[in-house]
Write a protein that binds this ligand. Structure first.
Ligand SMILES: Cc1ncc(C[n+]2csc(CCOP(=O)(O)OP(=O)(O)O)c2C)c(N)n1
Ligand SMILES: [Mg+2]
Length: 190
């Protein structure tokens, strides 16, 4: 029971509407292809920072949804972010965690606990308004509209296989400062 990450990202890209998206790690190369030139800013170097970056954007732009496309190892590295986000209560914040059980980008070392860590339970315990675990593509397809419309902060643990590409195998992309500047300009005009 696991979803191909590219399939999950495709569904999210189709359903995201005007949401700002914050991909990181192995979600970032696929997202670059699936959602070029949309309202995205990628978190690559600063491991564990995607949800904090997303929180800042969500608080700054309460008129828009913010979708964070996080890695399991990354979230574990900055687990306190769950409590920070829950405490800030951003209604427009949706946190997807791509749970593949490994640090794929740095060579597929197993994360602490492997696949046994339950991120949905952790998010609920931290105070997220809702949190669910999904391991079937059809289930994600069926539930995505409600998830994207839910009052945040909410978290969805997606149980996934390994992505086709990592930031190491598919290098490139726009440098972070330029992405931020481009997002700033786009958000001014939309
Ligand atoms: C503080 C810090 N430690 C280590 C790294 C090296 N590093 C880069 S990517 C990565 C693994 C990311 O794993 P995960 O968040 O699970 O994403 P995945 O690659 O599995 O999608 C690591 C350890 C880093 N960038 N920053
Ligand atoms: Mg991982």
């Amino acid at each position: 029971m696991a979803i191909k990450p590219e399939d999950a990202l495709r569904l999210i890209a189709e359903a995201r509407g005007g949401a700002i998206c914050v991909p990181t790690m192995t979600t970032s190369p696929a997202w670059r292809t699936l959602a070029p030139d949309d309202l995205s800013v990628t978190c690559v170097g600063f491991m564990g920072g995607a949800s904090a970056l997303g929180l800042g954007l969500a608080l700054a732009r309460p008129d828009r949804r913010v979708l964070v496309l996080d890695g399991d190892g990354s979230l574990l590295m900055q687990l306190g972010s769950l409590a920070t986000i829950a405490g800030a209560r951003p209604r427009n914040f949706v946190h997807f965690v791509f749970k593949n059980g490994v640090y794929h980008t740095s060579g597929s070392q197993e994360i602490p606990g492997g696949l046994t860590v339950d991120f949905a339970m952790m998010a609920k315990a931290a105070g997220y308004r809702g949190a669910w675990s999904i391991g079937e593509l059809d289930d994600l397809r069926r539930r995505l509209p409600a998830i994207l419309g839910a009052e945040g902060p909410v978290l969805v643990e997606l149980i996934t296989t390994l992505a086709n590409e990592t930031p190491m195998t598919a290098r490139g992309g726009v440098p972070f400062p330029q992405q931020v500047e481009a997002l700033r300009i786009k958000l001014r005009s939309v």
